[in-house]
Design a protein around this ligand. Structure first.
Ligand code: WTA
Length: 664
């Protein structure tokens, strides 16, 4: 048996979900036992058409039944539930509103504790219907793209659902992105209408959201209208007559019900931009029925969400986690979703637990970066809250270290809750590998076993051969398509093939390293490409490098990720300036400016934690920058650089080692 590089990780005991979980369940768990998971999983792999056909008819309301499913691996060749007609907003709102109009759909907890409100399914249906008509009046038609630049407020959910109600496509841009990033995403998707807010509130601070939009729109010639939600009511917020309209003034002009527009199963539901290994962000394209079905199923099965549950995903709607597990999943199930505008640290580190206590949250889902912060803040922030409503705790976006997993299990779950370490990506739409609550044995640090219909493969990175059996390590791939798999990159199908299918023919390539341990459990070992993960935010080093190059003083630069206790990874930028004769003061000014450049070009969350000004970057004889060397030096592995004498400038390495050491 080959020696696994990461074997040390995998020697942990399985923790069986307690029988208490099943016994004390308020209704009844969705699956009876692990055996049932295995039976259903096997069917989902051996006979996906039958498995998914049956479940899709049972779980979703169709306007017209589908008649065929083709599931070859790649994008446009795949079609799930073809010729079916459906509407996602109907499935997330109407069908629950008709049965139970007074049931809370959204619990909105504003940035300031004590502010916020509840939106029932009945109210949500009215708001979605009215906004759908506003959009139609503004000329938005089926298939058009609408940009959404909104913070975590209930109007964000109404907006997403109103867009899909008329068969249009939403392109949500995380409200932490700068005007430049927003501009590029609006233009790439050709969005003609933008929905935003006057200002946003986060962590006690106001953010000038509308001003950022106005700045972006200076270079978006095709945008006709901006719908503005009044969040703070600050009178000094600019308003452009003829182009801008107020959300609260337009909606009441329309009827509180408008029928949903039928779309084909394979029609695009949304675009969501994400970072890849090359500079330009990619518009990941998801289709309606397949995405919606997997959002619903994973919410229901991974997290054991029933209609009476209150599901709190502490992620932003600007990322895929918010799309799937704040909006589509919980609402398709008919549960109550918590929309939290603030941060875990405001006004203090108790905020999440206060929300759990206040709304009797049953499932809580967050990225490990927040857990690390809260663990470090101290357990006295947890103790006075009643967390007994919690049944399931989720983790997403980055690996969760065993000690953080155990803290989560003991201190938050108090040994009663199950932990779902969910592995997936923007491109997958929903969980790929995740334990099912109360069913799958848990191993701290492992995402465990695949979801229904997901057929993972560990592939040898060099030969491209699948590594069969257990105790194998390589790159993580998927062997067959699944309903919520991305079908394309917007307007760039060849990049889609090059990124996901051409690296290992016959497989969908995730970009992550992975291993299968002796029990057949999967371990995600981090990205093998130039993507860094800062606080669960996915960033491309190439995109940050391009931003830094915008600064006129920069000759060359290289960006790499390095380990950070709190944020998982952090960004380091090695920069050589055009002028080499700068004083200390000028250098420190240049560093500040470079950080500012990244904040302005991409957004504050991408700002480098470390900027090192160097004379030269290590390069091969053909001029390629050796980022591997930079990564090793940052990881204190300067003794493992290998042979650097073949570089064109080995002396650059010596300077880099001493400037990194000087920062320690
Ligand atoms: C990483 C977020 C380890 C992984 C949903 C992936 C994880 C990237 C996990 C996708 C996990 C996500 N354990 N790593 N449970 N979940 N990742 O598109 O590197 O923002 O490729 O989707 O996050 O990030 P994205």
């Amino acid at each position: 048996m080959p020696q696994l590089e990461n074997e040390h990780l995998m020697h942990v005991n399985q923790i069986e979900p307690t029988s208490e979980y099943q016994k004390n369940h308020p209704s009844s768990p969705i699956l009876k036992n692990f055996e049932e998971y295995k039976t259903l999983y096997n069917e989902s792999i051996e006979n996906p058409t039958e498995f998914y056909g049956r479940i899709a008819r049972k779980e979703l309301d169709w306007i017209k039944d589908f008649d065929v499913t083709k599931y070859p691996l790649t994008g446009f060749n795949t079609s799930w539930f073809l010729n079916g007609e459906i509407n996602a907003s109907y499935n997330c709102v109407d069908r629950h509103a008709f049965k139970n109009p007074d049931k809370p759909a959204i619990v909105y907890e504003a940035d300031e504790p004590g502010e916020g409100r509840i939106v029932t399914y009945g109210e949500l249906l009215a708001e979605v219907s009215q906004l759908a008509q506003v959009l139609t009046e503004l000329g938005v038609k089926k298939g058009d793209t609408v940009a959404v630049y909104l913070p975590m407020i209930p109007e964000a959910i109404a907006t997403i659902l109103a867009i899909v109600r008329i068969g249009a496509v939403h392109s949500v841009v995380f409200a932490g992105f700068s005007s430049g990033s927003l501009r590029d995403r609006i233009n790439d998707a050709d969005s003609r209408v933008v929905i935003t807010t006057d200002e946003s509130k986060r962590g006690g601070k106001s953010i000038e959201t509308k001003k950022i939009v106005d700045e972006a729109l200076k270079e978006c010639p095709n945008v006709r209208n901006v719908i503005v939600v009044k969040r703070t009511g600050n009178k000094s917020v600019p308003f452009i007559e003829g182009r801008d309209v107020w959300y609260h003034e337009e909606l009441p002009k329309y009827k509180t019900y408008t029928p949903p527009v039928p779309v084909n199963s394979e029609d695009t539901l949304f675009l969501l931009y994400t970072s890849g290994s090359t500079g330009k962000p990619k518009g990941i394209q998801h289709t309606t029925a397949g995405y919606l079905l997997n959002a619903l199923l994973t919410t229901k099965y991974t997290f054991d969400v029933n209609q009476q549950d209150v599901f709190f995903t502490a992620g932003d709607i600007g990322w895929i986690t918010g799309h799937t597990y704040v909006v589509y999943g919980p609402l398709a199930v008919g549960a109550t979703t918590v929309v939290f505008e603030g941060t875990p640290a405001y006004p203090n580190f108790s905020r999440y637990w206060e929300i759990v206590d206040k709304y009797k949250v049953t499932q809580f889902y967050v990225a490990p970066t927040a857990l690390r912060l809260l663990k470090r803040a101290g357990d006295h922030f947890i103790e006075k809250y009643d967390l007994s409503s919690l049944r399931v705790l989720g983790s997403v976006g980055e690996p969760i270290a065993a000690e953080v997993w155990e803290w989560y299990y003991e201190k938050i779950g108090r040994g009663r809750c199950t932990i779902q370490d969910t592995y997936w990506q923007t491109e997958n739409g929903s969980h790929l590998i995740a334990p099912l609550a109360g069913i799958t044995p848990m191993k701290p640090g492992s995402a465990s076993l695949p979801f229904f219909g997901i057929n993972p493969a560990i592939v040898d990175p060099v030969s491209g051969q699948e590594l069969k059996g257990n105790n194998v390590e390589g790159v993580l791939c998927i062997k067959a398509s699944w309903p919520s798999m991305t079908r394309s990159i917007w307007k760039d199908y060849s990049r889609y093939l090059d990124t996901y299918f051409n690296p290992y023919p016959g497989y969908f390539f995730t970009g992550d390293g992975g291993a299968r341990d002796s029990d057949g459990f999967y371990w995600v070992l981090g990205r093998v490409d130039d993507v860094v993960n800062v606080s669960g935010h996915r960033l491309s080093t190439a995109e940050i490098e391009a931003a830094i190059l915008e600064n006129p003083n920069v000759a060359e630069n290289a960006v790499v990720g390095f380990a950070d206790e709190l944020t998982g990874q952090a960004v380091a930028a090695f920069v050589s300036l055009k002028r080499k004769d700068l004083s200390e003061d000028q250098i420190s000014l240049a560093k500040k400016e470079l950080t500012q450049t990244v904040r302005k070009e991409i957004g504050p969350f991408a700002a480098p934690k470390l900027v090192l000004i160097v004379d030269d970057l290590p390069k091969t004889r053909s001029g390629k920058i050796m980022r591997r060397i930079l990564r090793k030096v940052l990881a204190h592995e300067e003794d493992q650089l290998g042979d650097i004498s073949t570089l064109s400038n080995p002396e650059a390495v010596t300077q880099i080692i001493s400037s990194v050491q000087a920062t320690r």
